[in-house]
Design a protein around this ligand. Sequence first.
Ligand code: GUN
Length: 288
Amino acid sequence: MYEEKIIDGKALAVKIEEQVKSDVAAFKARTGVTPMLATILVGEHPPSKLYVKLKHWACRRVGIKGEDHKFPEETSLETILSLLGELAARKDIHGILVQLPLPKHLDERTVMSAIDPAKDVDGFHPLNMGRMLIGKERFVPCTPRGVILALEDMGVEVKGKNVVIVGHSNVVGKPMAAMLINRNATVEVCHVFTEDLRQHTSQADILIVATGVRGLIKADMVRQGAIVFDVGITWLNDTVYGDVDFDSVAPVASRLSPVPGGVGPITIAVLMQHTLLAAGMQVTNDTG
Ligand code: GUN
């Protein structure tokens, strides 16, 4: 049911990856360089292990090389910073990704700041975040970029639209807001301290939810005809759930991204785009 309303993230991801694959082949032929992504995973968080594996599979699909750095939970900050220094210096590595969340003893901001901004394909370095905030987007966080691409693919013009974002994380909510403001949407950001969430969400032309609270959004919180992006992920007994109660909201929304199979696959395709972009910039000494 409601198949015509579903935002098919897998299909869009396939389309993006096909383009990246052909661009990577052309890039290799032109420069003799194969783009390479290094990933860093610390600890045993099962979803993170899966995400990193999916990222390496995507690399293989599009012809990008992958280097997988795995560390035990108790790894010191110095070890990670030292690896980030080595990866920054290596000419054969073009993209660096540190999978989040990190174990508690590793300060995320310190680690993100130690990634070479020219190789920061995840867009979490303060320089890339700052560029995005002033409208000079280069490497931006892959998940909100995926939502923008899905909107473009659907032919939705965000300029002047009321967009409500639920969740104010550095990974999704805040960069999503900046990217939509850059495109002249009217943006409201709600979060865990927002009073009367429903009053806000029910005004949205486009509702983007990224809280990690399973089933938070129900039909009475959604305006008739709204476009709804479910960017939330909750793992429970090896099953993944979104933030939107799909069965409740599907009759009300005009379009709805499911979990799984919505924004997730697009995020990984964007990472491939960014790795190729980084390789191109490094080969031509383009600092952006
Ligand atoms: N954890 C959840 N989302 C992301 C992401 O986009 N990048 C990284 N590195 N870690 C994540």
